[in-house]
Design a protein around this ligand. Sequence first.
Ligand code: GMT
Length: 377
Amino acid sequence: MKIGIVCYPTFGGSGVVATELGMALAQKGNHVHFITYKQPVRLDFISNDIHFHEVFVEEYPLFHFQPYELALSSKIVEVVEMYNLEILHVHYAIPHAYAAYMAKQMLKEKGIDIKVVTTLHGTDITLVGSHPNYKTAVEFSINNSDVVTTVSESLKGDTLRLFNIKKDIHVIYNFIDFEKYPEITDEECQRSGIAKENERIITHISNLRPVKRAADVIDIFYKIQNKIPSKLLLVGEGPDREQIEGQAKDLGILDKILFLGNSNEVNKLLCYSDLFLLPSETESFGLAALEAMAARTPVISTNSGGLPEVNIQGVTGFLSNVGDTDDMAKNGIYILESDERLQQFKQNALAQAKRFSLQNVLPSYKEMYKEVLVDCC
Ligand code: GMT
C-alpha cells in the first residue's frame, strides 16, 4: 500500500503514534510518506520505503497568521499525485483533517479519489476542537473523512457527545513497539548514577501543559518523599516548567528532582523508574502511561478520560479523582513501601502493556485500510 501520513512532528502523543505507525507499516513493506513541517522526532528508522515531505510556509508581511493549512493541502495534492498514494492517514483533526478534505476535493477535480482516514487523539476533540472557534470546521472535516478512528472508547464517547457525528467511529488503541523496550539488566540501567541504593525513582513525562497538572506531580512527589526516600525524573518541556521549578524550590525538594527536558529516548530513561505519575485533568488514552508500563513501571494516574482503559485499578497501579493528590500519594507509598509488592505491580504493568503491543494493534489498522480501499473501487 502507498500511504501518506500527516501529523505533528513534535514530542506530542499524536505525532509519536503516527510516526511509530508509519515506521511499522514501512517495515511490513508498505510505502510511507510523512507530510509535515519538520522531520518527526521519533523517526529513527531509515528505509527506501519511508519518505519525508516538508511543508514550507513562506512569511509575507500581509499575513498576521501564516496559512499552514493552505501549504499543507497543496503539498498533499503534490505528493499524492507524484507517488500515486492510495490512502491519506491524518493524525489530529486540527488542522490536518480540514487540509485533507481540501486536498481530496482538489484531487477529485483531477480524477483522483484519495481515501482519507482521520485519527482523533484527544485534545483535538476535548480541549481545542470543541471550542466554538473551531467546532464547525472540525465537525465538518470529521464527517467528511472516509474513515474515523479514536484511540480509546472514552474518546469515541467524547466525540459523539461533543459533535454531531454522522459516521461510524472505529476504536483502535494506541500501541507499543516492544522491540524498543528490551529487558534491561540492573547493571545496564545504572540507576546508581541517579539515586542512592535506598531511594526509589519516580518519573513523570509530559509536555508540561496545564492539562497535565504538573503542579500535582510535585505535590504528590513531595508527599511520597516525606515517607519514602526517592528522586523524581521530570522529562519534557512546556509552559508550566518554570512554575513547578519554583514550587519545588519553595517546598525544599529541588535537589531531589532532575529536570531532563525533551527526550526521544524515553524507553531508555524509563528503565530507572519504580513509579510513574500521570495526574492529568483529562487524557484520551495516556500513551506516556503505556510507555511506562512497557518499561515495567506501575502508574499512579487520575481516572479521567481513557486512563481506566489502560491503567487497571489495584493491578497495574491506581486511579484517583483529578486533584486528589493525597490519595495519589497514599497509593504511591503503598506500592513503593514493599519490595515484593513493587515487583508484583511491575510484572502486572508489563503484562497489561503487552495487550497493546504493535503485533496486536497493527492488524486493526491494516484491516481498516483494506476495507477503505475495497469500498472505494
Ligand atoms: O497532550 C498530549 O499528551 C499530546 C496529545 C497529542 O495529541 O499529541 O496527546 C493526546 O494523544 C495521545 C496519543 O493518542 C494520547 O495518548 C493522549 O492521552 C492525548 N492527550 C490528551 O488527551 C490530553
